[in-house]
Ligand binder design. Structure first.
Ligand code: PLP
Length: 402
């Protein structure tokens, strides 16, 4: 791959992996490895049991009931907490369960600020809670000039951030927004699904909680739906563990086992996916019929400078707009052989998605248009296939819309 491609900043890719990322790779590769005492199993056993024997009358052992805690789930939670640099993680049955877990802590009437262009499912849940008057909600464009003033005036209890955003890869300045939230005493949750702890560590900028849909790159094989919340402090960790048990938002041990298995190879998968995404973004940018490419690795991406500062990778997601709208999007997608038309992202397989009719179909039209999700927008989740094959496939798509 050429190192000098106009419009692209490859510094991150060529510099990677850094020393600290090597160490994180070790944490991932060795997660729960060679720790089993009974038989010396190198890979940990899967504990499916729903309940555990008491030590004696009235004296539980470390685990008593799998909703409250399970050894396999603990192994995953400990690995996620270490990778994010938090104190404690709670593994949930889905990414939306992780969102639900954090929103459940809000008292009736609490004020929540959230991104106007966040993941459609999160947007829907928050809007519905607000419609039912359970919370007060402000959807905000954190990049707008008046954002700080509006956030401060709203006096939120919780500020929700998602960066890069889904699907347009807008970058939110974590340091800046977290300082606004701190100034009004709000807690901050950051959805880090798109980058994983290998691409961004929100606790370094002062976040209180990191949220993941581990369905995506962390598991990475598109065979588990799951999520996690990681807490910055012990007290916040205790609190989310209490709520997860109370609400039953606990991840099944089998899902935790599978996710732990995927997690061990996360850094290598990411490296391959990110390098390909960078290359494909450059190709699309130069292509006829493409009106815009949204990828933070492009030098003229509005969030490029912030991405360089707060991320250690540009990620494996990109979106682009076809000039000829919906008809072009359909023709493009129908001519592809490799990119699969499916929701989700972060798996070993490359996917293409039409946000307007898929991931963001639940958003109302006005919100969708405000978020910039038009008919010609396509989102790519770049996987681990050979780059040449991916390029060939995109060329097929581009030929169909020319
Ligand atoms: N957050 C983001 C950024 C997502 O993309 C998704 C799902 O696509 C979720 C949260 C919800 O996760 P799940 O589908 O695992 O419930």
């Amino acid at each position: 791959m050429s190192r000098k491609r106009p419009g692209l900043d490859e510094a991150m890719i060529t510099n990677r992996p850094s020393d600290s990322q090597h160490r994180l790779s070790t944490v991932a590769a060795r997660a729960a490895v060679a720790e089993e005492a009974a038989h010396g199993a190198v890979m940990p056993p899967l504990h499916l049991s729903s309940n555990f024997r008491f030590k004696s009358f009235g004296v539980p052992d470390r685990y008593d009931y799998t909703r409250s805690g399970n050894p396999t789930r603990t192994e995953l939670e400990q690995a996620l907490a270490r990778l994010e640099g938090g104190t404690r993680a709670v593994a949930t049955p889905s990414g939306m369960a992780a969102v639900t877990l954090l929103l459940s802590r809000l008292r009736p009437g609490a004020r929540l600020v959230a991104p106007f262009d966040g993941y459609g499912g999160t947007h829907r849940l928050m809007s519905t809670l607000a419609e039912r008057a359970q919370i007060e909600l402000l959807f905000l464009d954190y990049g707008a000039q008046e954002a700080e003033a509006r956030l401060r005036a709203f006096r939120p209890d919780l500020v929700w951030l998602e960066t890069p955003s889904n699907p347009l890869l807008r970058i939110t300045d974590l340091r800046r927004c977290i300082s606004w939230a701190r100034a009004v005493g709000a807690e901050v949750a950051v959805d880090n699904t798109f980058l994983t702890p290998f691409g961004q560590q929100p606790f370094r900028f002062g976040a209180d909680f990191v949220v993941h849909s581990t369905t995506k790159a962390i598991n990475g094989h598109s065979d588990v739906v799951a999520g996690a919340v990681v807490a910055r402090t012990e007290a916040q960790g205790e609190d989310i563990a209490w709520w997860a048990n109370c609400l039953g938002l606990c991840q099944a041990p089998f899902d935790a086992y599978m996710t732990l298995r995927g997690l061990r190879t996360l850094p290598m998968r990411l490296r391959q996916m990110e390098a390909s995404a960078l290359h494909l973004a450059a190709r699309l940018r130069a292509a006829q019929g493409v009106a815009a490419v949204h990828f933070p690795g492009l030098r003229d991406h509005p969030g490029h400078a912030i991405a360089l500062e707060q991320q250690s990778s540009f990620g494996f997601m990109l979106a682009f707009e076809l000039s000829e709208g919906r008809a072009a999007a359909q023709a493009f997608v129908e001519s592809l052989c490799l990119f699969t038309l499916a929701e989700s992202l972060g798996g070993v397989e490359s996917l293409v998605c039409h946000p307007r009719t898929m991931t963001h179909a639940a958003m109302d039209e006005a919100a969708r248009l405000k978020a910039g999700i038009g008919e010609g927008l396509l989102r790519l989740a770049v996987g681990c296939e050979g780059l040449e094959d991916l390029v060939e496939d995109l060329n097929r798509g581009l030929a169909a819309v020319r």
